[in-house]
Ligand binder design. Structure first.
Ligand code: 1GP
Length: 243
């Protein structure tokens, strides 16, 4: 079964998932080896690979090391069209539907299309929604978009619905990497109640308790990056909340 079919079937069955987000710039070899080991042991569901701005050319090395040592699917979570890589299993093809920047809605996708068409990557069309987290995040600045205010559940619901109606296969609600506050539970609940497609939630989830809150509110997949960079020991703790 391809990754999306499995994700969608598991989401319908209420089987929650945990994705470890790796920013290739923040993956020294020892850290990466430890993360891979802990992720295999904890049966992490996915590695997401990407960052809003990459300063070094580490992406290939990171993906190779993961692929050599584990069978956990690797999905690209690209900050831009320079972060495409054929070694991954698939790509979350993000359209930034909370914003009104045409480049992020369709422009970069046009540039990427021939590469993606020629690749074997599984393409997973994703409606990507930034949610305000109380301060400027890198992704807000880099995407030149305004996030959805965190208390405007109706805007989040209508945006997610529009994404679903346009044929997107996933909704990803993101407070932004390293954000001060995660996506509020009432907003996750409202969006989950409105759409049928699986819901990914990330940004500012720094503990198993916050991951649990996101899952209880309706997230089908929780994504954690920064907190794992600080403490890989969180991987088994967060993995355990799926049970
Ligand atoms: C960011 O959703 C991801 O795009 C994860 O965020 O790094 O804050 O966990 P963190």
């Amino acid at each position: 079964m391809d990754n999306y079919k499995k994700l969608a079937a598991d989401a319908s069955a209420g089987k929650k998932k945990f994705a470890v987000l790796l920013d290739p710039d923040k993956c020294p070899p020892n850290f990466l080896t430890e993360v891979i080991k802990l992720s295999i042991k904890s049966e992490v569901d996915y590695f997401f690979i990407g960052g809003s701005l990459l300063m070094n050319d580490n992406q290939s090395k990171v993906i190779s090391l993961i692929k050599e040592n584990s069978t956990i699917p690797v999905l690209l979570f690209p900050g831009n069209n320079l972060q495409l890589n054929n070694q991954a299993d698939g790509i979350l093809l993000l359209s930034l539907i909370s914003g009104r920047n045409p480049d992020m809605l369709i422009g970069r996708h046009v540039i990427s299309a021939p590469f993606l068409k020629a690749s074997a990557l599984e393409i997973i069309s994703t409606g990507y929604m930034l949610i305000d987290s109380g301060s400027m995040t890198t992704v807000m600045y880099m995407s030149n978009t305004t996030p959805i205010p965190s208390d405007k559940n109706e805007i989040a619901v209508c945006t997610a619905l529009a994404g679903e109606m346009l044929g997107m296969k996933l909704i990803y609600m993101d407070a932004g990497s390293g954000s001060r506050n995660p996506v509020p539970a009432p907003m996750i609940r409202a969006v989950k109640g409105a759409v049928k497609i699986p819901l990914i939630v990330g940004g500012g989830i720094v503990s198993a308790e916050l991951a649990k809150q996101a899952i209880t509110a309706g997230a089908d997949v929780v994504v954690v990056g920064n907190a794992i960079e600080r403490n890989p020991g969180l991987i088994p703790e967060i993995a355990a909340i799926r049970r």
